[in-house]
Design a protein around this ligand. Sequence first.
Ligand code: FES
Length: 107
Amino acid sequence: MKHYAIDFDQLKDLGKARVVVDQKPLLIVHLEDGIYAINDRCPHLGASLVKGTIEDHTVTCKSHKAKIDLKTGEIIDRAHIAFIKMPTKQAKTYACKVENGKVYVEV
Ligand code: FES
């Protein structure tokens, strides 16, 4: 079901934002080729991803550095402490579209 998430201009200014849609916390990111939405709870231990580092269509969680593909939710690099890698499930992503200056997410 389609839900309003944020005004496009606001997202463009911020680059990324945490929004709650249908009671789900989402990280929404504006990149040069589109808008991507991903569950804002890290699939490792649930840290918010909004403070993570965005780079090349990925977000890297601040807590234990899990690196997640923003388009697919695939884990590019598992959570780790020093050299010890920890199990990290795939993240859930959501389709986005812009209509009349507003960003909607399919949840
Ligand atoms: S909570 Fe995100 S990597 Fe551990």
